[in-house]
Structure formats: structure tokens, C-alpha cells
Design a binder for this molecule. Structure first.
Ligand code: NAP
Length: 273
């Protein structure tokens, strides 16, 4: 929202607690809401992201993550507005640090992934829809418990922490993500597109890199495996972002730039070492 406003784009944020109230699981209310607001573009960031809750209640995961996207796509098709849907990288597993292209076969290990994959199909029924497969870090998040916030807390308090050494991602900092999303919208990008960091790294490597960047040690952190997590989670989430880079005409950040951006946004005065 901040990045869009900086570009002079009029924005309105809608969710159950946002200034504009809507519960997307009430499909009739969602449809009426979209008709009343008549947006030129819909950027759908709504999701039930708690993997354990999705696993316990697949119907709820579908009701929040997938089914409303069909209503948004129908609205976009009827009115000519553009749908940009934020998807996930939660679709790949078993091949380590590999970066996955948009056309690579997916493996759906849990209900979060299944509901998000169904959402992509719904979104793509709208002409010109853009589906962004991504993973990002930053703050403040709606829950205050995002990976970036957790990593910062672990680093600042030096508390004991288990770091996944075998779950690979290409997380982008949320500030670079926002600029890239807006640039891709300007560029008229459509279809499924990967958007992440240009390097693939483990979650442990990310936390350790951020700690180093902030000049801190992690004496009580230990390396563990994502297979120890309660719900089955994919482990090879790396994204090949070369198509996005070609559309953007610039390289996306690597791990070093991602942690630099996080350090800068923790302390914009530059006091961070
Ligand atoms: N964080 C990541 O690393 C990551 C990685 C891959 C993909 N993603 C995707 O990025 C998007 C945003 O994720 P996030 O991590 O920022 O999650 P988040 O902080 O939990 O945000 C989810 C948003 O969905 C809204 N929402 C949930 N249920 C709703 C409902 N029934 N009706 C209306 N709004 C509802 C929430 O607002 P209210 O509670 O106010 O309704 C909240 O603003 C999601 O599509 C997620 O799948 C995130």
C-alpha cells in the first residue's frame, strides 16, 4: 500500500479488520463489495497461512484461500478489472537447493498447498490475470509472527532456536517485493510468474546471514530438519525468477541484498553495523 501510494496509485485495503470490511468467505458479500467498490485492479493477498490450521480444517482452507478467488476472477471477467493474485512457493519438494521454473511439476504435501494451488486455477480464469508465486520476509505482519519477525526476535534476544538447515527458499524482502509487484503490473505481466530472491538459500542460512549483518551471534541456535515440523511441509521452495527479471529488466536481490534491506528497515538511520 505504501509503495503504491508513493507512486500516486489510489489504494484501499479490505479485509475483516482493514478500513474496508469484508469477509471473503461470505461470497455474496464479497461479490457485492467488489461491485460497490468497482476497483480497477484487485491485488489478492488474503489467505489462511497457518499450515496447521489448514491441515486441521481443509474446508476452511478452501473457503478462505481458494473459493473467493473464483468470485474475484468472475468480477474481473465481467468488469474488465485486473486480478493480481498472490500465490505461494509451497509447491516443490525433494530436490534440495534447486530453483523451480513456472512450468515445473508441483507436489502438494498439505492442505495449505492444495488450497493455494486451487486458487491459482480460479485466478487464471480471468483474462490477463497475474498469479505471483512468491515467498517474502518483512514487517510489520498481520500476526507479528512472520519468519522475519521471528528471526529478528531470535537474533535480538539470543534465545534458543531451531533453524531449518534443509528447507530451501528464495525469500524476498517485502519492500523489494512491493516494488517488483507494481513494476510487473505496469509491465502488463500475466499468467503464472515466480517472484522471489535470485538465490536459493536455507532458512538457517537466512537467519545466520541476518544475524551476521546485524553484528550478532546466535549461541543458542541449532540446526534442525524441516521434517521435524508437525505438519508435512515441502523443503525445496526455490524459485527460478529469470522470467520476472526479464520483464523487470533488472536483477532481483540476492541473499545479501535481502538481509541488507531487512537491516535497513530495522534501523533506517543506518546505525545497524
Ligand atoms: N509470508 C510469506 O512468506 C508467504 C509466502 C508465500 C506466500 N504467501 C502468501 O502471501 C499472502 C499474504 O500472506 P501473509 O504471510 O502476509 O499472511 P497474513 O499476514 O496472515 O495476511 C493474510 C491476510 O488475509 C486476511 N484475511 C484472512 N482471512 C480473511 C477473510 N476471511 N476475509 C478477509 N480477509 C481475510 C487477513 O486480514 P484480516 O485478519 O483482517 O481479515 C490478512 O490481512 C497470502 O496469499 C499467502 O499465501 C506468503
Amino acid at each position: 500500500m505504501v509503495a503504491a501510494r508513493r507512486r500516486g496509485i489510489a489504494t484501499a485495503s479490505a479485509s475483516r479488520s482493514a478500513p474496508l470490511k469484508v469477509d471473503v468467505t461470505d461470497l455474496a458479500a464479497l461479490s457485492a463489495f467488489l461491485d460497490a467498490q468497482a476497483p480497477k485492479q484487485i491485488l489478492n493477498c488474503v489467505a489462511l497461512v497457518d499450515v496447521a490450521t489448514c491441515e486441521r480444517d481443509p474446508a476452511l482452507a478452501y473457503a478462505v484461500n481458494a473459493r473467493p478467488v473464483s468470485v474475484m476472477a468472475d468480477h474481473a471477467t465481467r468488469t474488465g478489472c485486473r486480478l493480481i493474485h498472490i500465490s505461494t512457493d509451497h509447491f516443490f519438494t525433494g530436490d534440495g537447493r534447486r530453483s523451480h521454473g513456472e512450468g515445473d511439476p508441483v507436489r502438494l504435501l498439505n492442505e495449505y498447498a492444495r488450497s493455494k494451488f486451487a486458487a491459482e486455477a480460479f485466478a487464471l480464469t480471468a483474462p490477463g490475470a497475474l498469479v505471483l508465486r512468491t515467498n517474502f520476509l518483512g514487517w510489520p505482519s498481520a500476526t507479528g509472527r512472520s519468519l522475519g519477525e521471528w528471526a529478528l526476535q531470535v537474533i535480538e534476544t539470543q534465545c534458543p532456536a531451531d533453524l531449518y538447515a534443509d528447507q530451501f527458499v528464495s525469500c524476498l524482502d517485502v519492500w523489494s517485493l512491493a516494488e517488483a509487484v507494481l513494476d510487473l503490473m505496469d509491465a502488463g505481466a500475466a499468467g503464472i510468474l515466480n517472484l522471489g530472491a535470485r538465490e536459493v538459500f536455507s532458512k538457517a542460512e537466512f537467519v545466520l546471514a541476518l544475524a551476521r549483518r546485524l553484528g550478532r551471534d546466535l549461541p543458542h541456535a541449532r540446526l534442525t530438519s524441516v521434517s521435524a515440523a508437525g505438519v508435512r511441509r515441502p523443503d525445496s521452495l526455490g524459485l527460478d525468477v529469470s522470467r520476472a527479471e526479464a520483464l523487470l529488466r533488472r536483477p532481483l536481490p540476492g541473499l545479501g541484498q535481502v538481509v541488507d534491506s531487512l537491516a535497513h528497515h530495522r534501523d533506517p538511520t543506518g546505525a545497524v553495523p
